[in-house]
Design a protein around this ligand. Sequence first.
Ligand SMILES: NC(=O)c1ccc[n+]([C@@H]2O[C@H](COP(=O)([O-])OP(=O)(O)OC[C@H]3O[C@@H](n4cnc5c(N)ncnc54)[C@H](O)[C@@H]3O)[C@@H](O)[C@H]2O)c1
Length: 695
Amino acid sequence: MSSASFELHGQTAVITMNNPPVNGLGFDLRREIVEGLARAEADADVKALVLIGSPRAFSGGADIREFGSPKSTAEPSLNTVIRALEGAEKPVVAAIGGACMGGGLELAMACHYRVAVRGAQIALPEVKLGLMPGAGGTQRLPRLIGAEAALNMIVSGETVPSEKLAGTALFDAMIEGDLLEGALAFAGKVADARPLKRVRDIKLALPNAEGFFQFARNTVGAAAKNFPAPLKCVDAVAAAVALPFEEGMRLERELFLQLMQSSESRALRHAFFAERAAAKIPDVPEDTPLRKIGRIAVIGAGTMGSGITANFLSAGIPVTLLEAKKEALDRGQAVIRGIYEASAKKGRLTAQQVGERMAFLKPTQSYNDLKDADMVIEAVFEDMAVKEAVFRKLDETMKPGAILASNTSTLDLNKIAAFTKRPGDVIGTHFFSPANVMKLLEVVRGEKTANDVLATVMAMAKKIKKTAVVSGVCDGFIGNRMVEQYLRQALFLLEEGATPRQVDRAVEKWGMAMGPFRMSDLAGNDIGWAIRKRRYREQPDMKYSRIADRLCEQGRFGQKTGLGWYRYEAGRRDAIPDLAVEKMVVDYSKEVGVQRRGIDDEEIVQRLIFALVNEGAAILKEGIASRASDIDMVYLTGYGFPVYRGGPMFYADEFGLYNVVASMQRFAANPHGDPAFWRPAPLLAGLASEGRRFN
Ligand SMILES: NC(=O)c1ccc[n+]([C@@H]2O[C@H](COP(=O)([O-])OP(=O)(O)OC[C@H]3O[C@@H](n4cnc5c(N)ncnc54)[C@H](O)[C@@H]3O)[C@@H](O)[C@H]2O)c1
């Protein structure tokens, strides 16, 4: 199918871009625009040209399906198309409706005129991928809407509705009614106007430019400290003011290429594609028919059940919430209302919207009320006997075809499925706490989970705005299984010479939202304690520092008890270092005969992150995760991993797997290193020796 069509309307030629869904500027479309333009130029009867897209999009920019392929840079490149349009000898009118973003907006700005309907979405979003516009956007947009407004759009990447830009030189006319008709009428009016208007010829003036850009650099630099792109955007816009057009274009190109190579942009682009990839399940066809999900039921109105319920109410999906105890049911409802009232206080919801959301909630204590639910999510105590009773009851109660999901974090989903006569309908939906806030949803695929159940839950996740990642069944699934090794390593660091504060600071400086000790204090140290007690029984050979048990024996469970690895004062959430803990750590080293040594931040970070990577490699090899990028998505959306480092597996790739293994060998040889811990997983060892990557 052709990516663009060419038609004559009287004396105006119309090129209609037709590359769904958003007219991405792929190779075929670029070529056909240039060909259409040449045809119009060669036809003496043609006086003007209109370039138009679909109602959904003029053009959303580069075609991401071609990213990284030779087609993405093949000639005619976007810059070639832009030069051809701008240099045309007949007026070219861009007719803009829908998305007009990135390369699409750059294309439009190369036309002699632009007309738009209201509601078109205008943006230069490249900064969100750690890049900047690379086809004249930083030089032309300031000439059309002014340096300050252009800088705001380019540095933020945010979308601005076309009507807000009406009155600037970006649009020569706003069209009411049919866009093509309006554009043709406009083209008729300007067909003979000469000289042709070119954006590059506009003189851009900005009084006190130096002061303005200095101020912009200070603010942008402070806000984007780990991201180089926003400051380079400022430099490029400053060049639009200070330099002749061609020199500005050269600088834009140079900065763009620098950013393309930057590790931050590579990581952001990886995350962008990883999110899309995670939605695809290799052995589940994309056209798998979905089950209908109209009403949800949630069992258990505790911490997780309340947060889970709120997700659905917010998406306008009715929920029946079942509890064993009346007080717990009332408390759960109050928590949900509290979530909405807090949003209302911040001005994000109106009182009426709070009421509407609460009206979708049907609290109950009777299983009879679950009969009309299409899917049930169990969030009762983490105890197999309790889960068994609940799933047996659900099997009796729920209508045929209903999806039965468990929010378990540590129990075997296959066993839970076996409590029912319909294990194909059983699936895990592992939400993260607070469930109404955290983006991540691990979707746990049991041995018998049916494909359409999996596909339906993945689609449902999108509706409630979660990033869903499929995990196979194993202890801890993807995220918590890896984090256990990270926390184990954090304890060894204490034993060998670090303090909780030093460990947390080192990884937080590196970019983690929260170090392992602050994280444990937040989650509750008793949770890890319970897991360790199980490990001591089940895997007695696994070396574990017992230092965290000492802490728990003192009842220091973290924020909820006011004391943990840190101290917490009433009404404040900040972690206050506690000398008593530091003394306990030092005493413990002495007790186990370890000569404490100074450990630098680099070693701390590498030991923690490579602990994740090694377990990630095992998870990948076992098929618990389908792809390395899925593991990265879990960490980016559920564990506060810095997005500019792309996730643990991507970070290891960029660090070089050979270098990762070399570091692990060094750690194994430390005075108190644990060679078993640092034995590279076979997949990691294999890829490292072949010079390959996970991603
Ligand atoms: N808290 C977390 O951070 C977290 C994160 C992910 C997953 N999970 C998992 O979510 C589940 C719930 O955890 P939580 O933290 O919300 O626990 P919670 O103790 O806060 O809530 C459990 C609720 O279930 C109710 N309940 C118990 N038995 C019931 C029954 N037979 N029928 C109906 N209601 C019953 C209890 O009254 C209680 O209100 C567990 O499987 C847990 O492992 C918890």
